[in-house]
Design a protein around this ligand. Sequence first.
Ligand code: CTP
Ligand code: CA
Length: 226
Amino acid sequence: RDPATPKQDLRGLRVVVSAGPTREYLDPVRFISNPSSGKMGFAVAEEARDRGAQVTLVTGPVNLPDPAGMSVVHIESALQLHDAVVDAAQAADVVVMTAAVADYRAAEAATEKQAKVAGDVTIHLTPNPDILAELGRDKGARVLVGFAMETHAGVERAAGKAQRKNADFILLNYPTREGTAFGGDDNQVTLVRADGTHEDWPRTSKREVARRLLDEALRVRAARPQ
Ligand code: CTP
Ligand code: CA
């Protein structure tokens, strides 16, 4: 085999990856969103594909071309992301939620563009479903992986999320490090398990983070009674 070809250790596995931001429309021309670039999720999807997995990538609006050799589903809102991920996850062995899901959407999105009014306005927001938590409630043999960006108490908060959502582990990162996280090509993450054990990984490319993430997912899978 070509030494440039990675080992095919995910052959026969189905991997679902969510990536990018969601858009929560207030009216036809305005939305609430966030600066997620999608790069981390695309790196996970491409790494999984190159290691032989059958990949479904569910992505919000990003400035990245669709990767070849996988099924790519485009969504905008958290509700659309929910439906696409839940559908793809049914047959999945590994689900990686890198998407930056908006926690809220407009309680009632206007169907017509809203004109400005004099003075303050109030927008009524309602919570979006927590997709990772929902997958965690009916987990089966799947390996569930989340991401979290925290400004403070990162390990503690990430471990709490892993526990509450029944995720196997969460990769924690910080919004403040130059060239990492939002939009950067590098990432510096801490692997956090539900039991609070954690490992700092070195700052490296998002592709290398993806490689380590999938290695860890395989370890979790191997340790689990099938
Ligand atoms: N997530 C999800 N559905 C949501 C919100 C988050 O599946 N509605 C996933 C994210 O994709 C990520 C993980 O949950 O993998 C953690 O996201 P985060 O926003 O850190 O968690 P929240 O529970 O929303 O907590 P917070 O109050 O810190 O935003
Ligand atoms: Ca959130």
